[in-house]
Write a protein of this length. Structure first.
Length: 525
């Protein structure tokens, strides 16, 4: 006779009840089957939806089939999800799985978490009820060509196949007003406000972010730029010597990081010593972590949220208790924006303030006050299209979520941009409200290359009018920054050209012979 422990029996009973309740709810629905799956039975679809609510929703927001086309579900997303459930094949289809020395042998379940006919039900639900193709974008206003507020400046600095992975406007240093990082060259370049090269330093890997401690520079070295599960990332420290030249400081070591994309200095435990908050984006594994400074250049690693996808973080005292809190965007699997409230002694309380489907490809966010009520609103972009569903998505673009004053957010604006990677809100035109500059790395380069850069001018009440510029086609913009380059009090923009990478839409320009960056010089009043 089979004996089951009481706890396990309760879990099985709960799962059984949830499944049957979900099945009951779906029994009243009608389903539209796409042209390639009209023969799929209604019964299998209903069971598949109930099973998806039980299994898929346990890891991330339940994705609706309408978010992707049928081929993307069938050939990309579902084969990638199968191994997470201990399913490595279905019929003649062998599902891809990562097996390397940096992933634990027990990362994937040793046994299937469901019966094969149940997995087929999930396949039927997503593959049969998803659209044959995704709908087109819907824009209130078309993108106009022409940026009278900005003058395009192209640097004399040029080299073959630029892979600009980081740009920074360093307004506090006129000699080094611009910082440019190149992934393949493994270099940081420093230019003055006249775009003249003043210095450069070699790094051990691609630098994707920098932070400053007085005159010292902390560079975030991602290690290997392409997705991987190794711990090749590190923080590189550079000090300014008596002659004003940056030199690497090898006495401080923070390494063995899982594909870090941001390192921020902060005293997170209020002990008077600088700690480091790290977004370890990783791949199949990663974390939002922090390195506690225990003295004598030694650090103790703590994980705040031990899952991959941490891509951007801000440190603010949200509740005004004197302790630094953390806002963070996770862009892998369970995508969302989280608030981590500092409870003291290095402990944080987690709250998910916004949740997004895993197909969104979250890419960036900012905290900005759009309605001037004193509370931070959220400017958010999604558009990472280099994963399992490489199709243009009408929900990619720029979003604004307004804060009700209690850190509950509601969407109030959306502008579609294929493959949107970043957006920065500033009062670019000096009229008292926030405008937005946005870039795309996966734009529709064939039909509307102008969406690779979009300037959204705020006409008031979140009514934004879109503009681009003719030279936007000069580069494939992976990164961007906004700030005052020349000290005239007006925010300028720098765009970084990463000329290679996965493509879903053929481009008309040869970016490998384009400049590593361009400047949009603000010439407004």
């Amino acid at each position: 006779m089979l004996k089951i422990k009481t706890g396990a029996a309760n879990q099985l009973l709960i799962a059984f009840l949830i499944f049957n309740f979900a099945l009951l709810l779906t029994g009243c629905k009608s389903y539209h089957r796409n042209s390639a799956h009209k023969e799929v039975s209604l019964s299998s679809i209903e069971k598949g939806e109930a099973l998806a609510k039980l299994y898929c929703q346990s890891c991330h927001q339940l994705p609706d089939p309408s978010l992707l086309d049928a081929k993307s579900w069938e050939n990309g997303v579902l084969p990638a999800m199968g191994p997470r459930l201990g399913i490595f094949s279905q019929g003649f289809n062998i599902y891809p799985k990562t097996r390397d020395q940096y992933i634990r042998r027990d990362f994937y379940p040793a046994q299937p978490m469901m019966k094969m006919n149940e997995w087929q039900n999930i396949l039927d639900y997503y593959e049969a009820t998803s659209p044959d193709s995704l709908p087109a974008q819907k824009r209130k206003y078309p993108i106009k060509t022409g940026l009278p507020l900005f003058k395009v400046e192209i640097p004399g600095m040029n080299y073959e196949m630029p892979t600009t992975c980081y740009v920074k406007i360093n307004s506090s240093d006129s000699l080094h007003a611009l910082i440019i990082g190149d992934a393949l060259k493994k270099k940081l370049y420093f230019l003055d406000a006249g775009l003249q090269l003043k210095d450069s330093i070699n790094t051990s890997g691609p630098i994707v972010n920098v932070d400053f401690d007085k005159k010292n520079l902390i560079a975030c070295n991602i290690g290997i730029l392409n997705p991987n599960n190794g711990k090749f990332g590190e923080a590189e420290f550079f000090n300014v010597n008596s002659k004003g030249v940056l030199q690497k400081d090898s006495t401080i070591r923070i390494d063995s990081l899982e594909r870090p994309v941001q390192i921020t200095i902060a005293d997170l435990n209020n002990d008077g010593k600088p700690d480091y908050l790290i977004c370890e984006f990783g791949n199949l594994k990663g974390a939002l972590s922090w390195m506690e400074n225990v003295g004598n250049n030694n650090f103790l690693r703590h994980e705040i949220r031990p899952v991959p996808g941490a891509i951007k973080a801000y440190i603010t005292d949200v509740n005004h208790d004197g302790l630094p809190d953390i806002w963070a965007l996770f862009a892998q699997g369970d995508e969302g924006i989280f608030l981590f409230t500092n409870k003291g002694n290095g402990n944080f309380e987690q709250q998910e303030v916004l949740k997004f489907p895993p197909s969104y490809g979250s890419s960036y966010f900012e905290l900005d006050d759009f309605n001037k009520d004193g509370y931070p609103d959220i400017l958010y972009t999604c558009g990472d299209n280099g994963d399992y569903s490489r199709v243009l998505k009408p929900y990619h673009g720029v979003y604004i979520f307004l804060n009700d004053g209690t850190n509950h957010f509601k969407q109030k604006f959306f502008f579609p941009i294929d493959g949107c990677y970043k957006a920065m809100a500033r009062d670019y035109d000096g009229d008292g409200d926030l405008d937005i500059a946005a870039i795309s790395f996966f734009a529709d380069y064939t039909h509307q290359p102008e969406e690779s850069f979009v300037y959204l001018e705020n006409k008031g009440n979140l009514d934004f009018h879109p503009y681009s510029f003719r030279e936007a086609t000069l580069g494939r913009w992976l990164t961007m920054d906004a700030g005052d380059i020349d000290g005239d009090g007006k925010p300028d923009i720098i765009l970084g050209n990463f000329s290679i990478g996965p493509m879903i839409i053929k481009q008309n320009e040869d970016w490998k012979h384009s400049p590593p960056f361009v400047i949009l010089k603000n010439i407004g009043k």
